[in-house]
Design a protein around this ligand. Structure first.
Ligand SMILES: [Zn+2]
Length: 204
């Protein structure tokens, strides 16, 4: 009897999701896949061997394949909510550095985030206040450079105005606003300008 054997690469799907496909130029479903060499007997993979390389991301539509680095590019859906998400994170940091129990500041924070199109309430605010500082900063830095400078300045200004609701900015609030400005990829001059505008309009 003739035994036919050989080798073949078999791809396994590890995860699925939505990404920005560079080839299609829009949001598409993807599979995250890992290839593995198999020893085949009569063309049937029977024995798994080594992995063929790093995981790949494959577009369901055009079947283009990329490294997982492609997943760092925000999708259009993420981009449309990004100003709201950044706003929310900026506000939380400022609230936390001041009096986060101040009722007027909390109510205004919830209102401003809602206006940006995100469902938000006091419970969600408390959950955000409990998040780790580093966590929030990493997320902000990743998102900030996708927004126009004016949008980033507006976010900082909204956060500053909330910090000003319970009185002049404390040293700690001001430090935080400077850090938030840096995370929003704003220059020192831009940050100073935004803070003085916020102070002027609040009269503090
Ligand atoms: Zn595609």
């Amino acid at each position: 009897m003739l035994i036919i054997f050989g080798f073949r690469v078999v791809y396994f799907t590890l995860a699925r999701g939505v990404f920005h496909c560079p080839n299609c130029g829009g949001d598409r479903d993807f599979r995250r896949r890992q290839g593995r060499n198999f020893f085949t007997l009569f063309f049937i993979p029977v024995l798994p061997l080594n992995k063929t390389g790093p995981e790949i991301v494959e577009c369901d539509t055009c079947h283009g394949r990329w490294t997982t680095a492609v997943l760092a590019v925000p999708t259009s859906a993420q981009l449309s909510t990004m100003p709201g998400v950044l706003l929310r994170m900026a506000i939380v940091q400022v609230l936390r550095s001041g009096d986060s129990s101040n009722a007027a500041a909390r109510a205004r924070a919830v209102e401003v985030v809602r206006q940006a199109g995100i469902e938000y309430d006091e419970a969600a605010l408390d959950a955000d206040l409990g998040r780790s500082f580093d966590d929030i900063r990493v997320e902000m830095a990743r998102s900030a450079d996708t927004l126009a400078p004016e949008a980033r300045e507006n976010i900082l200004r909204a956060a500053a105005e909330i910090g000003l609701l319970d009185g002049p900015l404390t040293f700690s609030e001001e430090e935080t606003l400077n850090a938030v400005g840096a995370d929003l990829a704003l220059t020192r001059v831009q940050v100073t300008g935004v803070l003085s505008l916020a102070r002027e309009s609040s009269g503090r």
